[in-house]
Every structure is written in C-alpha cells, then in structure tokens.
Design a protein around this ligand. Structure first.
Ligand code: SIN
Ligand code: CO
Length: 408
C-alpha cells in the first residue's frame, strides 16, 4: 500500500503534543547582535546541528491530520505522478487520499501549524532573537523521496528547519528583484535558477534565508519533514489600507480644512501652500507616533481568523489566581494568541493582547513584559510578583479570556 511506503498516515492528531521547556542556542557561537548585523535580511546562513538532537515537535501523523482539517490551509504539490507536472491540490484532504499518493515527487504543506500544534507554538521561543510581532507562522512540509515545490523565491525571511529525514537545498547567493516565473503553472517557479550553493540538511540543521533568495529543496529519501518559520512582511499597500481604516474609525469630523492665511492668487491655481497644508494634515492624521504605536500594537496582535481562543477555559477569579498559578509549572501563550508591548516610560507600557490595549505601570507592567517576551514562561519567573493585586487582575483576565493557559 502506498501509504505504508510513505509512512504518512492519518490519525487523530489534536492534543497529541506535550509542551517541552526547551531552549537551544540556535545561533551557536554567533551572538544575537552578530546574527542581526551580519545576516538578518542580508545573507543566507547555514546552521548545522543548530538544534541537536532535534526535539519531537511534530510528527508525520500530525501533518497528515492537519491537512485533513478544514480549519487548516494545506496543499499537495506533485512534481510528477499527478494529472500533469506540478499538479497543485488544496486541502482539506480525505484520509483515503494518502493511500493514493505516488511513490515519490510529492510534498504536503500545512500553513499556520503553530496555531494548532502546542509544541510548534512553543518552538517559536527558539527564534525570539527576532521580535514576535515580526513572526508570521510555521509552515510544515512532509515529503517522500524527491518531493519538492520547485525553485522559487519567498518575499519574507525564513528559517528552514530540518525536522526529519534529509533535504538537499540549493540556493543562489544573491537575491533577485524581479519575478520571472514559468508561465501557466499552478505553482510559481523561477524560469532561471542557477544555484551557487548546495547542502544536504539533516535533523537539527537550519538554513536561514532572507527575502527573495532563490532556493530549491529536494527530499532525499522518504520521511522528509521541514519546518519553515516564516516572518511577516506586509506590503506597503496592506499597511496603508489598514492604517487608513484605523485612522478613519477615530478621526474627528469637526476638524476641517481651513485657510485664514489665504493670499491673492491666480483663481485657476492649486497653490503650493494649499498642497503643503493638505499634505501636513494627512501626515498628522496618519503618522503621528502615538496613533501609529496604538495601531501597530493592535494590528500585529490581531489573531488570525482561524484562531479560536478558549474563553473561560480557566475562569479563574483574582482571589484564586495566585494559588492556581503557583500550583502550575508554566504559563503558556495559547496557540495563535498574540502579545506585544510598547514602552511608554521606564516603568509603564501599553500592552496589546490579541488586538486589545491596556495601560500598565509598575509591577504589573513588569509581569506583562515577561509574558510578552516568551511563549513558555516558567512560573518561577513571576512568583515574586504574584502578591500584587494588579498582577493578579491581569493574570486572571489573560487566563479567563484564553490568551494564556497553565501547564503542569
Ligand atoms: C518545503 O518545505 O518543501 C518548502 C519550503 C520553502 O521552500 O519555503
Ligand atoms: Co521557499
């Protein structure tokens, strides 16, 4: 049976994962500062044995299970063995589909896997040398021998983590600025690809690629799983669209164009001073820093539409919260839940939780920063703050709304 060859079989996948508290120094001898200044958004970096031995964060069964789930965006790409070369099928798939897969040359990809698999959610902590608000999601691919999605570019930074099996990566050492795709294919493959580097990645190896570096990864043997940690790169048009909508919802309609300083001018002319005035008022409405801070905090913490936080999973009162937390080991950001803060002063912050803002200062601001800086927070990191009433109030609220959960 083909599904036996591929070892990719469907089973119930939800809640199979346990969250480990793991911290490997992905960057090895490189400091965060060195990585940022030499590589981030500049040049590729191969990190051999960056996470070794590689932890059990995802199984082929979970990938198969997610690809059958209607909430998850999934694809099957068959270079060969489909109805035509590079056939693309979109999920959700039926479990029976796995039995019909060809022997080789296919890949299954699932997007947003960190929003469904707790261990992948916690896995993001390994990448927190880049701020969380810059992260987008984890895509996981499973491929049998020679499975690949073709030579392509991505518009965002990505860490390609080899989770199981082997994948040969070929890359070009310079980014390309213009798209030039092979026409009439369902996948966007580069017309020209001249790799300058080639490596075979094994479990625990990571390849970092900045945006638009041409790359091509081919499974070498069966059971190849790659975890792609992808970053956010909103287009300027997406940002403008969103920021304008936000500004319009708060704008004061009584503030109108005025020109008491109007000078005599040619009646047909739109004067330079009118242009300047209009430009200044639009700039003020759309770019003043406190508005942008508020908008960016809400925009970047707004959960994706497939995220359903379990409100009332922990309906804990302020009076009981400290006790409940002390009895647990970790406070964990729920899958797909987003937290970020903007610093207003040394002791005060605006905390953004899943698109909503609150102003905090003193101990509760400190607690909020600890929670925003990690997905998995050991309870010991905040026990000294637990007697504070505002801290209790914040934690009771975060638990009751499902933004964070407790782990034994
Ligand atoms: C893959 O995992 O097969 C493809 C990932 C990528 O190239 O971005
Ligand atoms: Co890619």
């Amino acid at each position: 049976m083909l599904c036996m060859q591929s070892s990719l079989v469907y089973t119930e996948w939800l809640h199979m994962s346990k969250i480990p508290n793991i911290k490997w120094p992905i960057l090895g001898k490189l400091s965060q500062r060195e990585f940022l200044s030499r590589y981030w958004q500049k040049r590729p970096l191969l990190m051999k044995r960056a996470l070794y031995p590689f932890p059990d964060v995802i199984t082929p069964e979970e990938v198969a299970g997610m690809s059958c789930d209607e909430r998850v965006e999934s694809r099957l790409i068959m270079e060969r063995g489909g109805r035509h070369p590079w056939e693309l099928k979109r999920g959700p798939f039926k479990p029976a589909m796995f039995k019909k897969l060809p022997k080789s040359h296919w890949t299954i990809l699932v997007n947003g896997a960190d929003r469904f698999v707790p261990t992948l959610n916690g896995f993001l902590d390994h990448f927190s040398f880049i701020p969380f608000w810059r992260m987008d999601d984890i895509m996981v691919s499973y491929a049998d021998d020679k499975g690949n999605v073709g030579a392509h570019v991505d518009n965002f930074d990505v860490f390609l983590v080899q989770a199981a099996g082997k994948r040969e990566w070929r890359i070009e050492s310079q980014p390309i600025l213009k798209d030039d795709f092979i026409p009439d294919l369902p996948v966007r493959l580069l017309k020209k690809f001249k790799p300058t580097h080639k490596w075979v990645l094994e479990p625990g190896d990571i390849l970092y690629l900045p945006p638009r570096f041409p790359h091509h990864g081919i499974a070498r043997g069966n059971g190849c799983m790659t975890i792609s940690v992808g970053f956010r790169a909103p287009s300027t048009s997406e940002l403008i669209n969103n920021v304008v909508a936000s500004a319009l919802s708060q704008i004061d309609e009584t503030v109108r164009f005025s020109d008491p300083d109007l000078k005599a001018q040619a009646p047909g002319e739109i004067s330079k001073s009118a242009i300047k005035k209009i430009s200044a008022s639009i700039k003020e409405a759309l770019t003043n820093e406190s508005f942008i801070a508020d908008w960016l905090g809400r925009f970047t913490t707004e959960p994706y539409s497939d995220v359903k936080l379990e409100a009332n999973a922990y309906p804990v009162t302020q009076a009981k919260v400290a006790k409940v937390i002390r009895e647990s080991s970790f406070i964990v950001r729920a899958e797909g839940s987003r937290l970020a803060f903007v610093r207003n002063s040394k002791t005060s912050i605006s905390l953004f939780v899943n698109g909503e803002r609150r102003e905090l200062s003193g101990k509760v601001a400190l607690c909020a920063q600890i929670l925003a800086d990690r997905i998995i927070v050991p309870v010991g990191d905040i026990t000294s703050l637990l007697n504070d009433g505002q801290v209790q109030q914040l934690l009771a609220n975060l638990l009751s709304t499902g933004a964070v959960v407790l782990e034994e």
